[in-house]
Design a protein around this ligand. Structure first.
Ligand code: MEV
Length: 314
C-alpha cells in the first residue's frame, strides 16, 4: 500500500512581513502543490525528485533535506510510529519564489506520514510539525505559509492563533507572475525588520495599519468588492518597497500589470525577487496574464479558493 498527501502553495494577499511582528495578514492557497508519497522502508530515506537528492539518515542528510528530515522524525515520534519510512517528494511550486514551496513540502510530508500511520491529521497539528522544518528554512517565520498549505482556502491569519477561514462572495482570480529571481526569506525578514530599530514608532504604526488594511481586504473579498481590494494591493507594494522588499524587476512587473484592466498589483511573500500578484478587472485575467507573461519567467492564473492538504492511499 502507498500513502500520499498533496498540499498547496500560497500567495500572500496583504500583510507579509508585518505578520512576523504580530499583525494580521491575508493569504490564499493556490493551484500549485507539493505531493509526497510515504511508504514503509528498511531505512529512513527522503528522495526529492525536484532536487534529484536523497537523504538516508542518520548517515547522509544533505542540508536542503535536513529540515524535512527533522519534521519527519518529530512526526514519527508524535505518532509513536516505530516503522522506518521513505518519503518521495514532488512539487510544481518553484523553490525560493515566495509561493510557499518549503511549507507545502513540509505539510505534505508530515500529512503523508499521518496517512501511513492510519491517522486522520488535525490541521493545526500539521502546521505545528511543519513549523519544525519552516524554522530551519526561514529563521523566524510567522507560520502563515504552513497554515495556508494545511487549511487551504483564504485565511485571515495572526501568528500563534487559529486562522479565520473566509467565505468568499465569489471565486476570485489573481495573475501570479514569477520573476525567476530566487531569494532567501530569512534575509528579507531581517532586512525589513531592521526598520524596527531605526524608526520604531513608525514601524509600529505601519504594523497596526497593516492589520486594519488586511481586515478591510478580507471584507472586500467576502463581499466581492474588488476595487477596494485592488487599491489596498497597490499601497502595499509601495510600502513594502520602501521597507526594502521590492526590486527594479518587481516594480516593472507591477507597472506592466497595471497597464491594462488591472485593479491592483504587488509583490507577494518576502519579495526581493520571487513573484508579484495582480488582480484583474472581472473577465480581464487573459489580458493581465498576457502582459505579465511577456516579462516574467512564468505566469499563471490562480483561482481562489483552493482546498488545503489532502491525503489518500492506493
Ligand atoms: C513569507 O511568505 C511571508 C513573510 O511574512 C514571512 C512569514 O510570515 O513567515 C515574509
Amino acid at each position: 500500500m502507498r500513502f500520499f498527501a498533496r498540499a498547496p502553495g500560497k500567495v500572500i494577499i496583504t500583510g507579509e512581513h508585518f505578520v512576523v511582528h504580530d499583525s494580521y495578514a491575508l493569504a490564499g492557497a493556490i493551484n500549485r502543490a507539493a505531493t509526497v508519497e510515504a511508504r514503509a522502508n528498511d531505512s529512513m530515506e527522503i528522495f526529492s525528485r525536484n532536487l534529484a537528492l536523497t537523504a538516508s539518515y542518520p548517515r547522509k542528510i544533505p542540508s536542503s533535506l535536513a529540515p524535512i528530515a527533522e519534521a519527519a522524525a518529530a512526526t514519527l515520534d508524535f505518532l509513536s510510529l516505530k516503522k522506518k519510512v521513505k518519503l518521495v517528494i514532488d512539487s510544481d511550486i518553484p523553490a525560493g519564489s515566495g509561493l510557499g514551496s518549503s511549507s507545502a513540502v513540509a505539510v505534505a510530508s508530515v500529512a503523508a506520514i499521518f496517512a501511513l500511520a492510519g491517522e486522520e491529521p488535525v490541521k493545526q497539528k500539521l502546521v505545528e510539525l511543519a513549523m519544525i522544518s519552516e524554522r530551519m528554512v526561514h529563521g523566524n517565520p510567522s507560520g502563515i505559509d504552513p497554515s495556508v498549505s494545511s487549511y487551504g482556502g483564504v485565511l485571515l491569519f495572526r501568528k500563534g492563533k487559529a486562522p479565520d477561514l473566509l467565505r468568499l462572495g465569489r471565486p476570485v482570480e489573481f495573475v501570479v507572475a514569477y520573476s525567476g529571481i530566487v531569494r532567501k526569506t530569512s534575509r528579507l525578514i531581517k532586512k525589513v525588520s531592521s526598520m524596527k530599530e531605526t524608526l520604531p514608532n513608525l514601524f509600529k504604526a505601519l504594523a497596526s495599519s497593516s492589520t486594519t488594511l488586511s481586515k478591510i481586504a478580507a471584507s472586500s473579498l467576502t463581499s466581492g468588492d474588488l476595487q477596494t481590494l485592488g487599491s489596498i494591493l497597490n499601497f502595499y507594494h509601495m510600502i513594502l518597497g520602501r521597507l526594502g522588499a521590492s526590486s527594479k524587476v518587481l516594480d516593472s512587473m507591477v507597472e506592466a500589470a497595471l497597464s491594462e484592466r488591472c485593479l491592483g498589483a504587488k509583490l507577494t511573500g518576502a519579495g526581493g525577487g520571487g513573484c508579484v500578484i495582480a488582480l484583474p478587472e472581472p473577465s480581464a485575467s487573459t489580458n493581465v496574464l498576457s502582459n505579465l507573461s511577456k516579462i516574467s519567467k512564468e505566469a499563471f492564473v490562480a483561482r481562489l479558493p483552493v482546498e488545503g492538504v489532502r491525503i489518500w492511499q492506493k
